[in-house]
Design a protein around this ligand. Sequence first.
Ligand SMILES: [Zn+2]
Length: 151
Amino acid sequence: MRKLQGVRLAADGEAAERALDGLGPDASGLSRRDLAGLLSGRRGRLKTTLTDQSVLAGLGNLLADEICWRARINPLRTARDLDDAELTALHRAMRRVLRESVKAGRVPPRDTWLTGARDEPEAACPRCGTTLSSRRVSGRRTVWCRTCQPG
Ligand SMILES: [Zn+2]
């Protein structure tokens, strides 16, 4: 069973700062340059790095998979190995997916999104129709399209 940490209530700004200590910057406010800086030197997989709250805060399992799918980058890639074009695509996808998800109050399970397809039996990529691939990464089910996101 997966355990979430919980919700904390801070009495004042100082207590809030302490509660946030150890978290990376908020993903929704990251510039492309910030994102490139956070990923550079990271030897872990992209998926693991994106969902590590001490690196950047705010991306959960569905968001990370959706962002990688939209950017056409395989989530099993090594984080530091992305080239400039991939970093740009990843940043653009992150901004769009976060903006739409905040507006919807969740990661919207739309037909045109990975999130809308990933839990279907024999799920297919909404973009190209390839059967989706999945495996566990850091304990979480990770879903991607081997055609749109070649390794
Ligand atoms: Zn595809």
